[in-house]
Design a protein around this ligand. Structure first.
Ligand code: ADP
Ligand code: ASP
Ligand code: MG
Length: 456
């Protein structure tokens, strides 16, 4: 048997009956072109997860009524049978019929099982749309196949166990059926539903790709592929034909929403490639994400994370003291904050790091409290400075490595555009350089870099 192609459809690709018909047509076309078995992973319809995340006991009735009618209307417009719709309505009611006890105190296990309902509502609809078009498609619950830990809303995946479970469940049916599965969800050892984190359906797709030893994983979305900058904001950005796994992981981590940052990880040890394709323009080749791109070209990719705060801990008393960085970062990690970027000047009397704006208060509290000895008694630290409303602008490029002049291009572009650089960090990987700028200047900074680098 040939190796399967895993197709993942994002929220806008399944947002209504019209898009679902396109999805079915795209699957039909890819099966005409490739004789490989097919696995399908779907997101929730656009906006549904946000609605589920916003559910509270007092909005339950109204929101679930809207969700029920939206999904049943899709079934109607697809012309699905009365019997199927009755079963589907019962499926809906089993998932969201009653406001669960626990929602009012934000119990993570309860929240995870509710937030994951959008995918569990879409997967059977898509499976039935395929059946109606003459395919042997079957909805299969994905939660028991992806094993995670107990961090309900953003759980860590046990890849080895998941791969074994996926292979056991899917390999025997792939020769004559198309399994259709919900993205975003998994389950812990007790069998309770967990989530892979927001935007996690891409990650699900590559876990299924690894579990079925897929030939390729196709991420279907609403743009033609990966561009040199977010095409929604930078209309002149260039589409890239091929990029490496490393680059796409780096770009995703630093804010390119087009794929979830973990998507590449399950496939790192395999020869399974990823492809980004546009559901509305299936004839276009999209972007191939592979280990050794043959057609990469010199273009740089720029990404941005907004809403960042830069915290600088400084003082002459830090010079030459061993373990300064480890103590400071130990304090930050104890507060549960994720450090996005670090920059230390060579003189060692300053350590700057970037965190999300929403983590600022708790981080400062932890620093002030736990570094009190260095601040008040020993006076090693004489200042903690904060810059808010900043953005991390990251420039990613495989071809940056060993190429002199890339940093020069970036900084002269920023200088000519009159943009003030607050901090700089070069990734140890040498595939990226991150620059902190004022959030209000990100757009202009991106544009200036793309222009100067010829990547527009
Ligand atoms: P889906 O719902 O299909 O998962 P997402 O909205 O999560 O889609 O991701 C697709 C979006 O990613 C695009 O609409 C685009 O605005 C955004 N994006 C950000 N950076 C890039 C980039 N460099 N190339 C392409 N798209 C990007
Ligand atoms: N529906 C989930 C979300 O909105 C997962 C996904 O779409 O990838 O985060
Ligand atoms: Mg997405």
């Amino acid at each position: 048997m040939k190796r399967p192609i895993v197709h993942k459809f994002g929220g806008t690709s399944v947002r209504d009956a019209e898009r679902l018909r396109l999805v079915v047509a795209n699957i039909a076309q890819s099966r005409r072109e490739y004789a490989n078995p097919t696995v399908i992973i779907t997101s929730a319809a656009a906006g549904v997860t946000d609605q589920l995340v916003g559910l509270r006991p007092d909005t339950w009735l109204e929101t679930t009524r809207l969700l029920r009618s939206r999904h049943l209307q899709i079934a109607n417009e697809l012309g699905l049978s009365e019997k199927w719709k009755a079963d589907y309505a019962a499926h809906f009611d089993r998932l969201l019929g009653e406001c669960p006890v626990g929602l009012e105190n934000y119990d993570p296990a309860t929240l995870a099982s509710i937030h994951g309902c959008g995918e569990r509502l879409m997967a059977p609809l898509l499976a039935e749309a395929l059946v109606q078009a003459g395919f042997q498609a079957e909805y299969i619950d994905s939660a028991p196949l992806i094993r995670t830990d107990n961090h309900y809303l953003s759980a860590a995946v046990d890849l080895a166990t998941s791969k074994t479970q996926i292979a056991a469940a899917l390999n025997s049916i792939l020769s004559d059926r198309i399994p259709v599965l919900a993205g975003f969800i998994g389950s812990n050892a007790e069998g309770h539903t967990t989530l892979l984190g927001r935007n996690g359906s891409d990650y699900s797709a590559s876990i299924f790709g690894a579990g079925t030893d897929a030939f390729e994983v196709w991420i279907w979305t609403d743009v033609d592929g990966i561009y040199t900058a977010d095409p929604r904001h930078h209309q002149h950005s260039k589409l890239l034909r091929e990029i490496s796994f490393r680059e796409s992981a780096e770009a995703a981590y630093f804010g390119a929403k087009v794929v979830h940052p973990y998507t590449m990880w399950p496939l790192l040890e395999s020869d399974t490639n990823l492809r980004i394709k546009n559901t509305m323009s299936p004839e276009k080749p999209g972007t191939l994400i592979c280990h050794e791109p043959q057609d990469r070209g010199p273009d740089l990719i720029t990404t941005a994370i907004k809403g960042v705060a830069i915290v600088t801990v400084g003082g002459y008393g830090l010079i030459g003291v061993p373990g300064v960085a480890s103590r400071v970062f130990g304090v930050i990690s104890s507060s549960g904050t994720n450090v996005l970027m670090i920059s230390q000047s060579s003189s060692e009397h300053n350590i700057s790091f970037a965190i999300r704006g929403e983590d600022l208060a708790i981080t400062l509290q932890a620093l002030n409290h736990q570094l009190q000895d260095w601040m008040e008694r020993e006076h090693r630290i004489d200042r903690i400075k904060v810059v808010e409303n900043a953005a991390i602008l990251t420039v990613v490029g495989e071809n940056m490595r060993g190429r002199v002049g890339v940093a020069g291009t970036i900084f002269s572009a920023l200088g000519e555009a009159g943009i003030n650089v607050i901090a700089i960090a070069q990734g140890s990987s040498e595939y990226s350089i991150s620059i902190v700028v004022d959030e209000a200047q990100v757009f202009r900074a991106t544009d200036a870099i793309l222009e100067k680098a010829g990547s527009k």
